[in-house]
Design a protein around this ligand. Structure first.
Ligand SMILES: NC(=O)c1ccc[n+]([C@@H]2O[C@H](COP(=O)([O-])OP(=O)(O)OC[C@H]3O[C@@H](n4cnc5c(N)ncnc54)[C@H](O)[C@@H]3O)[C@@H](O)[C@H]2O)c1
Length: 274
């Protein structure tokens, strides 16, 4: 997809969940605009999900795609639930590349389950990754943004963080939590010229839809078919490509969004209002 210019030359961006899907698309887009990339991914088995997990090969492919853009790529395996590991990954990135300007907290998991199928384990897993993992990501990186004189933090929420993703009480809870987290960080970090915003994709074509994911969603829909239409868009497509989310992430990351903070931007074809 064509984009206007190289708006991030000399900047450094840190992205979680970089191995594939939207994370990879964000990495490639920010790199194509001139940013050097620090990225992490678990690149291994995800807890409780019905879709395929990312692999080290996926992370290697992201590295190749970044290097193709002529910028640096420091990608490593790290679980966002591991705060100390994240701190090391970010500190190593800043030591090698000199600064940090942009943070994209993108890593997340999604488990379709009706309300009475959710277990203490699955609820905890979703909170640990989708909420605590995002808090860890900001906590590991904010001081580096402050040291550099400011920056942009983008938290990847969801349609489920504005409206609801039916049959995902844990997921909807976690993605709503990111709105509060974003506003709270925006309030405190604003004095350092750090902007914090959430992006709310509707359905996106990524490997999150692989394996048994679609079958599980259809199965849970049967519990209450009235709710199955909640993902309907105003446009002629049901889902976005990952690059369409990346365009909004790149906008928030760069100076074109210099007075945008504590905002929640949907990229959902209108679904939130349907
Ligand atoms: N695909 C969709 O329809 C959709 C819609 C709205 C929001 N989202 C959100 O967008 C984000 C990206 O999703 P995607 O569609 O690219 O999914 P994906 O599963 O294709 O990619 C997610 C990546 O994050 C990594 N990851 C997951 N947990 C991790 C952890 N604890 N530590 C490090 N890495 C971890 C995975 O290994 C994977 O590479 C997620 O937060 C998701 O909730 C997705």
């Amino acid at each position: 997809m064509a984009h206007p210019s190289k708006r991030l030359v000399g900047k450094v961006a840190f992205i979680t969940g970089a191995a594939r899907g939207q994370g990879r698309a964000h990495v490639v887009r920010l790199a194509s605009e001139g940013a050097h990339i620090v990225g992490v991914d678990l690149a291994g088995p995800l807890p409780g999900v019905p879709y395929d997990s990312a692999t080290e090969d996926d992370l290697d492919e992201t590295r190749r795609l970044v290097e193709e853009q002529g910028v640096e790529a420091l990608l490593s395996r790290c679980d966002t639930r591991d705060l100390e590991g994240l701190k090391r990954a970010v500190a190593d990135g800043v030591a090698a590349l000199g600064r940090l300007d942009v943070v994209v907290a993108n890593a997340g998991i999604c488990i379709p389950e009706t309300w009475d199928e959710v277990t203490p384990r699955s609820f905890q897993d979703v909170m640990d990754i989708n909420v605590t993992g995002v808090w860890n990501t900001v906590t590991a990186s904010a001081q580096h943004l402050i040291d550099g004189g400011g920056g942009s933090i983008v938290l990847i929420s969801s349609l489920a963080g504005k409206k609801v993703q039916p049959f995902m009480v844990h997921y909807s809870t976690s993605k709503h939590a990111l709105v509060g987290m974003s506003r709270a960080f925006a309030a405190e970090l604003g004095q350092y010229d750090i902007r914090v915003n959430t992006v709310h994709p509707g359905a996106v074509n990524t490997p999150m839809g692989s394996g048994q994911m679609i079958a599980r969603i259809e199965q849970t829909n049967e519990a209450n078919p009235r709710l199955a239409g909640m993902g309907t868009t105003f446009l002629n497509r049901f889902s976005a490509e990952a690059e369409e989310i990346s365009g909004v992430v790149a906008f928030l990351a760069c100076d074109e969004a210099s007075f945008v903070t504590a905002e929640e931007i949907s990229v959902d074809g209108g679904t939130q209002h349907f």
